[in-house]
Design a binder for this molecule. Structure first.
Ligand SMILES: C[S@@+](CC[C@H](N)C(=O)[O-])C[C@H]1O[C@@H](n2cnc3c(N)ncnc32)[C@H](O)[C@@H]1O
Length: 485
């Protein structure tokens, strides 16, 4: 079978294997069409018509020195990031991990921190702010913060240190005021902080982590968050090994939540805090305690049973996550958020990739005002299903809630791209354009909304969230259009 833009399945598999072999990134079956589109985007740019030729072009010395490979990688990576992403983890870093590391380094006065997969720099700069808050201006200390990434565009933006308000979506305003200067719509990180962070190209999967300046050795703290969610499990395992040897004894590794689920982390000492799990390279005398006795199955995933001979007395094996998730969803409708969250998280402990459970967590977090975590869960949903309209809808609602109008518009446009008949997205966009005084755009959107309403019964409610009927909404829009005229 041939996919859109006619790349044969066999060739597409070659592309996928090349990508995984070069980057560790996993391309799931449901992402094949998207990949095919990306390949064609590049081919069109280069004026190529043969995917086989493009494949050869990419595979010749794929890596940093192959310019086309660099361009292609830009399309493969998700570079979403923002300052102090995950309040819980940053609070843990500020109150416990960094003070402990600083205390341990009192003699040498040397700190080495690495943000691996740093994207546009928000993560290493957030670390720089925390270090600055804790240490102050101490020229007698040697503080090195390194940000590495495979995406050269992201690194360029990181080096510039210029951000829009979207990067501050969950940041305490005092940090913004203290460490940034405002220029029109941009926020420029101050020079002191900018010079604290060195950005370097590094492919976490392929590169050996040697010959980098500053060298990646004797690291006190590695943050590698929201990177492994895109990796093949075997690529995570390899990268973890490399991290282990780059850490100092007692040095820490922090990943995104549940990103090491099902990985063997026994060489590390696992420390569990309410805000996050963190992994420590132990001192030599430490003998890791096995949490799971070897006689029990090592995989926490429910095992697949051999199909049983069907007899009337043999009940079908029940997947415990189905019932748990149903309970969680029911509790959510009753607004019993804390128990619902507890159950959804139980589901995720059993099935880290349960999309519905991630989405429910996102809804609970959003409804309880934990927007940062809600956004993170939405992104988890999108990593599992990049076409999830409900995740984008929730992201749009959160962006609106936190006053991020540009973000709201972007998410609404994505929804329209994925669901061209989305009443919600058209309605919201019309309203925003009207608020902004973009009458032409607003009129166009309102007209499109009217067209969408055309086929619906007049007495039907527009949506669960809206008290209006289709007829009432049509009348309202018509009135607005008359006012514009
Ligand atoms: C979603 S961003 C995470 C940014 C930041 N750590 C955070 O949590 O906000 C993921 C980053 O991982 C990078 N990445 C993906 N594969 C990589 C690889 N093989 N080597 C290095 N970086 C990689 C991407 O380019 C992207 O910038």
């Amino acid at each position: 079978m041939s996919l859109p833009h006619s790349i044969s399945q066999d060739l597409l598999i070659n592309f996928i294997e090349l990508i995984t072999a070069q980057t560790g990134l996993a391309i799931r079956d449901q992402d094949r069409n998207t990949l095919s589109r990306k390949i064609w985007t590049r081919m069109n740019r280069l004026g190529l018509t043969s995917p086989q030729f493009y494949y050869r072009l990419l595979s010749i010395g794929a890596g940093q020195n192959n310019r086309e490979w660099q361009e292609f990688v830009l399309l493969l990576t998700n570079i979403e990031s923002y300052f102090f992403r995950d309040r819980g983890q940053f609070s843990l870093l500020r109150t416990q991990i960094l003070p402990e590391i600083i205390e341990r380094a009192a003699q040498t006065k040397t700190l080495r921190i690495w943000s691996a997969g740093c994207s546009t720099g928000e993560e290493p700069y957030s670390l720089a702010m925390l270090v600055w808050e804790l240490l102050g201006d101490r020229p007698d200390w040697q503080v090195t913060i390194i940000g590495t990434d495979i995406n050269e565009d992201a690194l360029h933006r990181a080096r510039c240190g210029r951000y829009t308000s979207w990067s501050f979506r969950t940041t305490d305003e005092t940090f913004q005021q203290k460490y940034f200067t405002t220029t029109r719509n941009y926020y420029q990180i101050n020079e002191r902080l900018r010079s604290m962070v060195k950005f370097r190209y590094l492919n976490l999967f392929k590169d050996a982590f040697v010959a980098l300046d500053p060298p990646l050795e004797q690291i006190d703290l590695i943050l590698c968050r929201n990177v492994f969610i895109y990796f093949e499990p075997s690529a995570i395992a390899q990268t973890l090994d490399k991290f282990y040897y780059r850490l100092k004894e007692c040095g820490y590794l922090m990943t995104g939540h549940a990103e090491l689920y099902n990985q063997n982390v026994s060489q590390f000492q696992t420390k569990i805090f309410p805000e996050s799990v963190i992994y420590q390279r132990p001192q030599p005398q430490f003998i890791p305690v096995r949490e799971i006795p070897p006689s029990l199955p090592r995989s926490p995933l429910p095992r697949l049973e051999k199909p049983l001979a069907v007899t009337h007395s043999t009940p079908r094996p029940i997947d415990p996550t189905v019932a748990l998730l149903a309970q969680a969803q029911y509790l959510f409708t009753l607004k019993k958020y804390s128990v619902a969250l507890d159950k959804a998280q139980q589901v995720l402990r059993l099935q880290a990739e349960n999309l519905e459970a991630h989405y429910l967590v996102a809804q609970i977090r959003a409804n309880t005002g934990h927007y940062e975590q809600a956004v993170q869960s939405c992104h988890r949903v999108l990593s599992l299903d990049p076409f999830s309209v409900k995740a984008y809808t929730l992201l749009a609602q959160i962006a609106e809630e936190v006053g991020d109008r540009e973000g709201t518009k972007n998410f609404l446009k994505k929804i329209i791209y994925l669901e061209p008949k989305s009443l919600f997205a058209y309605g919201e966009l019309s309203y925003i354009y009207e608020l902004e005084g973009h009458w032409q755009k607003a009129r166009k959107m309102y007209k499109a909304t009217l067209t969408l309403l055309e086929d619906l019964p007049l007495t039907q409610k527009v949506s669960d969230r809206e008290p209006l009927t289709v007829g009432e909404l049509k009348a309202k829009i018509q009135q607005k259009l008359n006012n514009f005229a």
